[in-house]
Ligand binder design. Structure first.
Ligand code: NA7
Length: 537
């Protein structure tokens, strides 16, 4: 068959951080590319999340793309951890600079994709009835783009305003003088609570399990400092490339119990006072793996919470009991704990006093009824696999991806799936980008997939597919790595858990915990050896 038998060489779903870079790389190869984006603007997660307080907790200058020296030279970040509007400006700047926008079809929601064996091509269907055919299909649909509402009786009866954080309206949300509820205390809830506590009249936080939070220590970046950063981008990205999470912060190989108490406390004080994820990702390596080492660190952080929260009973509620520090995603905050010292802020522990129902006026627990003007559901996402479940994806022999992944995702390197030729899951489960400094992970994945596409095309092949055995080996490796870390033993979106979905998390391995360095080695081994994990025809 001829190349022209399909509308496109590549269709990319999603115009966020990943989709934009994939688009750039495909255009560089001279391919016919279309990007389908359900939103009306580009930026993915940075377009959607409009809630107050939304910002990075990656250092801004490690979050930008690294592929273009000109781009690095011309863009200046204003803060160590930039807020959402600045990031969105940055992504629009990138799209303008590399002339990407004209290839993006906005308001285009993909509902189905089916592999056509006779044509070695995918047919992609949109919710408006349109369909496109493409040789290669690439998903850049995000890890956290499928928001989940809680299952609380009476949810729709509320007479005030209410929404999930992912659907925070672009304008018209009044906070001043309002009585506000926030349900959920993950990274999103923590950012919102800290930001709005001094703006609203009353704030009631409904908490299931608390998280271990640590200070962000944000500050402006001056022009001289930004020049110094620009001059050292090579070293900055090299440093990120050597850490398991693609951040500036990598683990310290000393062991907790090999040091004196004085030494380790001094180190923890230093990390707690420093900006960013150092207190988590720059900590002693055994705090990620060894319960006793982790318990020491958790006790240190619990002490900080007690110091920062005036009422000991409230502090006690804010200290996690279900997991140790860093065994779930650590929200970084600015005066989050101090918010609970304010007279207008109240914490309701819903494990002690469960929510009975949402009423027309507000929220009723077993103990009290609270009246609100606004209820914000910061209840998280159907993480990583959720965005895939929302598209009806059919592979070889009519097999549905949802069925193949019913008991947990199975992939090769998180980027390809046996039975689904020519489909590249750029931001897939078990890939290097789950829970890493996202742009660092996706740049690598996109470049690697781009290399594989070039390899396939240069040899005149039309079909590339992960072998069943290579996929099995990767799944086994993902499980083996997961067994080593405390993170895999907790229930959060990192482990495929969502309290509002009826789904077992047993055997769900959505995240690769072997680290970015090991992941990169695996990618490079495939490329250097002619992609032995794949068949091509
Ligand atoms: P998360 O981290 O999944 O947090 C969701 C929060 O919502 C968490 O505190 C949950 O408590 C809580 N939750 C979920 N369902 C309910 C119900 N039914 N009632 C009360 N509370 C509930 O999502 P985020 O949006 O905060 O953060 C997602 C990621 O975005 C984050 O990791 C960053 O990478 C960016 P639980 O812990 O399950 O007890």
């Amino acid at each position: 068959m001829t190349e022209n038998a399909v509308d496109h060489d590549v269709v990319i779903v999603g115009a966020g951080v990943c989709g934009l870079y994939a688009l750039h790389l495909m255009l560089k190869q001279g391919l016919r590319v279309a990007v389908l984006e359900r939103a009306d603007g580009l930026g993915g997660t940075w377009y959607a999340n409009r809630y107050p307080g939304c910002r990075f907790d990656s250092e801004s200058y490690t979050y930008g793309y690294s592929f273009s020296e000109e781009l690095l030279r011309e863009w200046s970040w204003s803060e160590l951890f930039a807020a959402r509007p600045e990031t969105l400006d940055y992504l629009n700047h990138v799209a303008d600079r590399f002339e990407l926008t004209k290839h993006i079809q906005f308001g285009s929601t993909v509902v189905a994709a089916a592999y056509d064996e006779s044509r070695s091509a995918w047919t992609v269907r949109l919710d408006d009835g349109r369909s496109l055919s493409t040789r290669f299909l690439m998903t850049a649909i995000g890890h956290l783009s499928a928001p989940v509402m809680p299952r609380i009786p009476g949810l729709d009866s509320f007479q005030g305003r209410s929404f999930h954080t992912y659907h925070w309206p672009s304008e018209g949300v009044e906070l001043t003088g309002q009585r506000v509820a926030v349900v959920g205390t993950g990274s999103t809830g923590v950012q919102i609570i800290a930001e709005i506590a001094d703006k609203v009249d009353q704030l009631v936080v409904f908490q299931r399990n608390p998280n271990w939070c640590a200070p962000l220590h944000n500050r402006p970046i001056g022009s001289e400092e930004m020049e110094r950063i620009k001059a050292s981008y090579d070293e900055i990205f090299e440093r990120c490339a050597q850490t398991p999470g693609g951040f500036l912060h990598g683990p310290d190989r000393r062991k907790v119990f090999e040091l004196s108490e004085e030494e380790r406390l001094a180190f923890w004080e230093e990390l707690y006072a420093a900006p960013g994820f150092g207190i988590w990702l720059g900590n002693f390596r055994d705090t990620f793996m060894d319960e006793a080492a982790n318990a020491e660190l958790s006790a240190f952080i619990a002490g900080k919470i007690r110091q920062r929260v005036s009422d000991p009973a409230v502090a006690d509620k804010l200290i996690p009991r279900d997991h140790g520090f860093g065994a779930k995603r650590v929200p970084l905050e600015t005066r989050y704990y101090e918010a609970y010292n304010r007279p207008n802020v109240r914490l309701v522990d819903i494990k002690q006093t469960p929510i009975e129902r949402v009423t027309p006026a507000g929220i009723r627990t077993g103990e009290a009824e609270y009246a609100f003007d606004l209820i914000v559901y910061a209840t998280g996402f159907d993480g990583v696999t959720g965005p895939f479940d929302r598209i009806d994806i059919t592979g070889v022999g009519g097999v549905k991806l949802a069925d193949k992944w019913a008991d947990g995702p199975r992939t090769l390197l998180g980027t390809q799936i046996n039975g689904f030729p020519n489909l590249f899951t750029l931001v897939g489960p078990q890939s290097g980008s789950v829970a890493t400094n996202f742009p660092r992970g996706i740049e690598e994945a996109c470049e690697w997939v781009s290399g594989l596409v070039a390899f396939v095309r240069e040899r005149g092949y039309q079909r590339v597919e992960a072998t069943a055995s290579a996929e099995q080996q990767w799944v086994d490796h993902v499980k083996e790595m997961a067994a080593k870390v405390l993170l895999s033993r907790t229930r959060s979106w990192f482990t495929g858990y969502n309290p509002n979905l009826d789904r077992s998390t047993e055997n769900r391995y959505v995240m690769y915990t072997g680290g970015a360095v090991r992941y990169r080695q695996r990618l490079q081994e495939q490329a250097a050896n002619g992609y032995p994990g794949f068949t091509m025809a």
